[in-house]
Design a protein around this ligand. Structure first.
Ligand SMILES: Cc1cc2nc3c(=O)[nH]c(=O)nc-3n(C[C@H](O)[C@H](O)[C@H](O)COP(=O)(O)OP(=O)(O)OC[C@H]3O[C@@H](n4cnc5c(N)ncnc54)[C@H](O)[C@@H]3O)c2cc1C
Length: 406
């Protein structure tokens, strides 16, 4: 006779809930230990409250890690199709735009509600407001114990799904990294990824609040590294918006390595510098009485025009077009973790078996989610990692040693 596996999941976020449901469906007895007052608070904040839960365009470069092959292996074991089937099975109806998948309700609450209902249906115990002190193995049987302010919990396996330091939510305190480290794991430096960037300059207050279509090129050590296009937000400290988020991890990583990073903003991506120069000449010939700032006001947002003209030395259309197509913002740094959507770095994947996400150092210890050294691009890729890694760890933790008799 076999007894059900007892599994402790540390962290009741996206990956922890997925791991818990997967393990419970496989017959394990699962307890989620969550230090916040409720599970899934970050899920509610995703996609501006709409939850971009996955992306049907799984580009290989959507993820960054020191171990990209391990990441790909996990994503193959629980794919986007598996994710869509899983949520459809819970009753979710989705909508998709350019590959980005959202609940049809446009409410992240729908996703969390369905996950919590399924956790309840499968008998998962959610132990919230539980502060963890220590995770340790009770040798020699391979049982685990977790010491908390609500007492001691015991299990056959522990899944560490405590997330990262990103966001301003109090639960995202990065305490999971210390727990992983205490169990011998190497942690790659944890830095904000998908975050706004601060710039060097004294004009940011003047452009704060502007949102406009732009192409952003990241230059590292004076060489073009990456380009993104979309709506840029100009802020009182520098720049933000999805294209900046997408580039930010490369800029942050470079600054961390004491390299130089610069953003080149193209405020007129639809056409070339020459065409913009011609457009400016045309507008000037239509209204010769207007000065250049007034001419620009017919094309660009009001606030931007005097800032551009201040930077132009010679009031010549070629110079003006140049500034508008190649606006340089040297990157000073990154905004705090509170402004970030995810973190790069985390538990070294070389110390984890990618087939199961079990630690190679500590049998019976599994990892899931952002605590691992993986970060994805904007567009649902980070939640997809949480679902895939949660499902892989939950499945493996519930299977191992199942044959063991009481
Ligand atoms: C504002 C914002 C918007 C985002 N939007 C999107 C989006 O639209 N699409 C997308 O794909 N990704 C998005 N992300 C990223 C995505 O939310 C995360 O990558 C994902 O939630 C990570 O899942 P996780 O389970 O690893 O961590 P989390 O979801 O953060 O869960 C970790 C849980 O563990 C708990 N915890 C932490 N430490 C302990 C401890 N010591 N003891 C007990 N419990 C602990 C936390 O309270 C939390 O509940 C967004 C992130 C933010 C901040």
């Amino acid at each position: 006779m076999t007894r059900p596996r007892e599994i402790l999941v540390v962290g009741g976020g996206a990956s922890g809930l997925m791991a818990a449901i997967t393990a419970a469906r496989a017959g394990a007895g699962v307890t989620v230990l969550e230090h916040e007052s409720a599970c899934g608070k970050k899920i509610l904040a995703t996609g501006n409250g709409r939850c971009n839960l996955t992306n049907t365009r799984m580009a290989p470069d959507a993820y960054r890690s020191h171990e990209p092959k391990a990441v790909a292996q996990v994503l193959r074991r629980f794919t986007v199709e598996d994710t869509l089937d899983f949520f459809a099975g819970l009753g979710l109806y989705t909508r998709e735009r350019d590959g980005w998948v959202y609940p049809y309700s446009q409410q992240a609450r729908t996703v969390l509600h369905l996950l919590l209902s399924e956790a309840e249906r499968t008998g998962v115990k959610l132990q919230t407001e539980t502060k963890l002190w220590e995770i340790s193995k009770i040798s020699p049987k391979g049982r685990w114990q977790v010491m908390t302010d609500r007492g001691r919990f015991e299990g056959d396996a522990v899944i560490l799904a405590a997330g990262s330091k990103a966001s301003n939510l109090p639960g995202a305190d990065g305490s999971g990294y210390a727990l992983a480290k205490s169990l011998g794991h190497k942690i790659h430096p944890v830095l904000p990824a998908l975050a706004p960037l601060t710039g060097e300059g004294n004009y940011f207050k003047q452009w704060a609040g502007l949102r406009m279509e732009a192409q952003v090129c990241l230059r590292l050590d004076k060489k073009n590294a990456k380009r993104e296009r979309g709506e840029v937000q100009l802020t009182d400290y520098g720049v933000s918006g999805i294209p900046v988020f997408q580039l930010s991890r490369y800029a942050t990583e470079a600054l961390h390595e004491k390299r130089q990073a610069e953003l080149i903003l193209d405020f007129f991506p639809p056409c070339s510098e020459k065409k913009l120069e011609n457009l400016l000449l045309e507008k000037k010939s239509q209204s010769p009485e207007k000065d250049w700032t007034e001419i620009l006001r017919g094309i660009f947002p009001d606030k931007l025009c005097p800032i551009v003209m201040k930077r132009v030395r010679e009031k010549h259309p070629r110079q003006i077009a140049r500034q508008l197509k190649c606006w340089s913002v040297p990157v000073k740094g990154w905004k705090d973790y509170a402004f970030a959507q995810v973190c790069m770095g985390g538990v070294d994947l070389r110390q984890v078996d990618p087939r199961t996400l079990e630690s190679k150092l500590q049998r019976g210890l599994y990892f899931a989610g952002e605590i691992l050294d993986v970060d994805g691009a904007c567009g649902g890729y980070n939640l997809q990692w949480a679902w895939s890694s949660g499902a892989v760890a939950g499945r493996a933790a519930s299977q191992k040693g199942k044959k063991e008799s009481i």
